[in-house]
Design a protein around this ligand. Sequence first.
Ligand code: ATP
Length: 506
Amino acid sequence: MPDPAPSSPPVPPLIRLTDFGFSYRGAETPALESVDLTLWPGDAVAVLGRQGAGTSTLARAVAGLLGEHGRSTGARELRGGAVLGALPCATPGAGGGHGQSGVGMLGDDPEAQLTGLTRTVREEAALPGRLLGLPLHQCLHRADSSLQALGIAALAERALATLSGGERQLTALAGLLSLRPRVLVLDQPSQALDAGARRRLARSLREFRDAGGAVLLTGHQHDDLTAACDEALFLDQGRPCMAGPGELEQHGVWDARRAPVPRDESQPATPGRVQTALLSVRKLSVQRETTRVLDHIELDLRAGEVTALLGANGSGKSTLLSALAGLLPAEHGVRITGPGGVELAEEPAHRRAGHLAWVGQDPGDQLSASTVWAELLRAVPLGTGGRRLRREDRARAQSQRVLEVEKAMRAAGLSAQAEEHPYDLVPAQRKDCVIASALLLKPAVLLLDEPTLGRDAAGMHRLSSLVRGFTTAGGAVLVATHDQRWAAEISDHQLVLRSGRLQPDT
Ligand SMILES: Nc1ncnc2c1ncn2[C@@H]1O[C@H](COP(=O)(O)OP(=O)(O)OP(=O)(O)O)[C@@H](O)[C@H]1O
């Protein structure tokens, strides 16, 4: 933000980076260069860029979480005049941290935002204050008002293990707000949130700013929260660059607020698009704890078509996908008829997997090999004869598998990451790895749970081509998402899950 006019009272900035740069240890090129950023009380600044542009590094720099990971240049000043060249590491958390500097940060990895040290939502929201040594009653009071502000007070006594993805994200945000830092750094905070939750978060951030705090939002997507900032800064290969409002996608940023790009209806119908139902679901009801989350769901997925599954946080989208995959017990009476009329309702998950491939919300749950290459290789079926093949046939089958893995890595944009550990990938690439594994199983139906999280424009386009490639080959896709633009662009049908029932989106 520009310095205030001379008539303004001389309030010092809360934080200022001047000609700031940072290089990770062992890296050949700096992750950040020549960054100037000043946050005054009341400011909200969005820093956007494509994946790898340095936005998360900048978030960690502002939060003071980079110190031991490399070398910084330039200056970082905190209110009070401390000028720090190399930054001290503020209490690092799994996905976020809170330093004594009064800067609180929520990281971009939805799988790593809860501490694992508490049992209930209220305990988790109160924990950051307790770690700072605040009295218990004060921590609980702050936790309750943060939960209230974010609209999840009703979840206070819920066990963390029973939360939906969006509910987890809101719980992590509540913990951070309860710290009452002077600067809030949020890396992709809207991911996994429905429109109502985004609005409540925007309101909470407005109140936080009105009380003298400053907000830094970073990420790869432009949405309602980044639009509410006073200023947007773009990073390109670690350097600040200028961009006009119409140039977001040129800078690799996905514009979730843009009107959906209409389909090219002059294109001939995809060859796989015939009216064959690859999956028919009847009377699917699922109870979780005391709530009937799904109530007599009826659904048909047809060859060549994408069905988008919309609905508020906690409405049951993941529950539906998991139940179809056989990972949750359904109530008696359900019929799940797969390709060729095969009845799947009584089949265990591993037998359904050849027909219905499931990509869950947390990709980490589905990754177990030590490299991307090994992860994908193990997904390719051994083929007819399997381990009983003769040696030369086995060698031929093995080279065929290798070719399939290479093709899958290219399609998922993971060729350069073949030897990396899947956990070293950014969350969107981790998801790509699980999607590529799922496609290698050659299923008829692909079940995708929130595949758009954390993606830049290129990641979104790559996802669209994976999905279109699958339906063009005759597959059917059911995809849960909160991204309404992408849903409108990719899908043939949109269904909304409300009160346990599926309704067409109107
Ligand atoms: N393991 C569990 N035990 C009990 N209840 C659960 C469990 N997992 C989820 N729930 C509850 O079931 C309901 C549906 O959750 P689900 O994860 O299916 O919602 P969702 O629509 O996918 O939400 P989101 O958009 O936030 O990911 C929510 O109220 C959630 O809190």
